[in-house]
Design a protein around this ligand. Structure first.
Ligand SMILES: Nc1ncnc2c1ncn2[C@@H]1O[C@H](COP(=O)(O)OP(=O)(O)OP(=O)(O)O)[C@@H](O)[C@H]1O
Length: 468
């Protein structure tokens, strides 16, 4: 690989598809931010929100998930990786990084099941492990990482590339439609992808599994869940059986029904676990709005538009067709929104998420496809247009559909990243949805506060307070 004029290695761009720019420069972004609304037609719109983020205070608070006593230097990382971290603006590890990294890097390698709240820096922990374990003088795949969506795989790749900027790391994607044409052998050190394509590459021996030392599952509970990607993930593991890699599982949630499987999947693992009451992030204030019916939900969403565009916001729907319908209606009515879901093709999906990431789109209407892992610091509002429901066979549409608390935690975790403040709003519109929300509230032990649907001034007041 070539070094550029500054002496940096330029990581290989895969098949013309550059990973999205990583979020970073965290320290610089901790200065007070002032987000100004752009339009001027109502009081709401002309308001200015001051958002003060005090990362230094949080990293000094032993009760914060961002707290650490050690520095990155004390965690045994290579000099080139420390340079990559500092270039990203990381000055101090978070709790999960401080606790997990020494265990992950110890020899002989041991498996890890790691849990930490959304937005607390799990990605860096496993990316630094992959980069630390690669022998750059060997042109063979040595670490693979699986994620549940192409959007998340691309984001993880951007972190690998950014943190590995001062190393000669070679990377490739294993995601649909991003493979180099007619490839018969991949030799990249680190391959990041989704399970279906990874299985294909391993089966056809395009990736030689014999040198794989690290196997990471991000959003591991989702990747191992039988109703989700569990079967495919297990197939990948079986294809790696001879290599016996270190297995690393990370997620913000590990529901009981997956935990047992995780223990078998990553035997004798070091474990870092959270208590139930620690699951949700402190900085995210949760609200709900009591709508009259489905149509009223749409009206309320439209009336919130100006608030949604002050920062950036993500609107979650249960179904693709709802996301499409809402975004079409809003677009016809003159609002600028984007929609993203699994039925769109790969190019469209990449364009939409990149445009949102770069702030060109402010409102993204979507499904659970990006409920997990997506890290966009400017997102200060999440709306659960539909509450997330269990995806058990057939249960989704039945009258006794249960709320999916794990997905709820991940959805609202798209805001409030690494100590920032954020807001989530749930729409409920009948007794059933109200009871579902109550169950979420009880499980998390966190109050969800009512906001009147007809009082946008109150909404603005509460938002201002929540974001301070
Ligand atoms: N030590 C650090 N110092 C400053 N910023 C950090 C540090 N570690 C991570 N970050 C930043 O915090 C944000 C959240 O990190 P990351 O996406 O890894 O969270 P996560 O725990 O994987 O979240 P999720 O559970 O939602 O996947 C990112 O923008 C990342 O760059």
């Amino acid at each position: 690989m070539e070094k550029d004029a500054d002496g940096f290695y330029t990581p290989k761009v895969v098949d013309g598809t550059a990973p999205p720019k990583p979020e970073g420069k965290a320290v610089e972004e901790q200065k007070p931010e002032v987000a100004e609304a752009t339009s001027t037609t109502t009081d709401l719109i002309s308001s200015t929100f001051e958002v003060t983020v005090t990362l230094a205070d949080q990293q000094a608070d032993p009760n914060s998930p961002l707290y650490s006593v050690k520095s990155f230097e004390q965690l045994g990382l290579h000099q080139d990786l420390l340079k990559g971290l500092y270039a990203l603006g990381f000055s101090k590890p978070s709790k999960i990084q401080e606790r997990a990294l020494p265990l992950l890097l110890a020899n002989p390698p041991q498996n890890m099941i790691g849990q930490s709240q959304s937005g607390t820096g799990k990605t860096a922990a496993f990316v630094l492990t992959m980069l630390s374990r690669v022998d750059f003088s060997v042109n063979k795949t040595q670490a693979i990482c699986l994620a549940p969506s192409r959007e998340l795989a691309r984001q993880i790749m951007s972190v690998v590339v950014a943190m590995g900027k001062f190393t000669p790391v070679q990377t490739e994607y294993a995601i649909k439609d991003n493979l180099p044409k007619d490839v018969s052998r991949m030799t990249a050190h680190i391959v990041v992808g989704t399970p279906g394509t990874m299985i294909d590459l391993l089966r056809r021996n395009v990736i030689d599994s014999s040198g794989i030392k690290v196997f990471v599952l991000d959003e591991a509970d989702n990747m191992l869940d039988q109703d989700g990607l569990g079967e495919q993930t297990l197939r990948v593991k079986n294809l790696l059986s001879k290599a016996k890699p270190q297995i690393i599982l990370f997620s913000a949630t590990f529901p009981d029904h997956v935990r047992n499987f995780a223990n078998k999947f990553a035997p004798q693992a070091n474990k870092i676990e959270l208590q139930k009451e620690e699951l949700s992030v402190e900085g995210i204030r949760q609200f709900y709005m009591d709508c009259r019916d489905e149509e009223h939900k749409y009206d309320i969403l439209v009336s919130l538009y100006q608030l949604l565009t002050i920062g950036q916001s993500i609107i979650f729907c249960q179904h693709r067709h709802t996301a499409d319908r809402i975004s079409q209606r809003m677009t016809v009515e003159g609002h600028k929104v984007a929609s993203l879901h699994g039925a769109k093709n790969a190019t469209e999906r990449d364009t939409i998420i990149d445009s949102f990431r770069e702030g060109r789109e402010k409102v993204l209407i979507t499904t659970n496809v990006i409920a997990r892992g997506i890290d966009i610091l400017q997102v200060n509002m999440v709306v659960n247009y539909d509450l997330p429901l269990m995806n058990e066979r057939g249960n989704q549409h039945s009258n006794d559909a249960r709320p999916d608390v794990e997905t709820y935690i991940h959805r609202i975790g798209r805001t409030g990243r690494f100590g920032r403040k954020g807001i989530s709003i749930n729409f409920v519109h009948d007794k059933k949805t109200w009871l579902q929300m109550e169950e979420i509230e009880k499980t998390l032990g966190k109050k969800i506060i009512r906001i009147e649907t007809d009082d946008l001034d109150e909404m603005e007041e509460k938002m201002k307070k929540a974001l301070k």
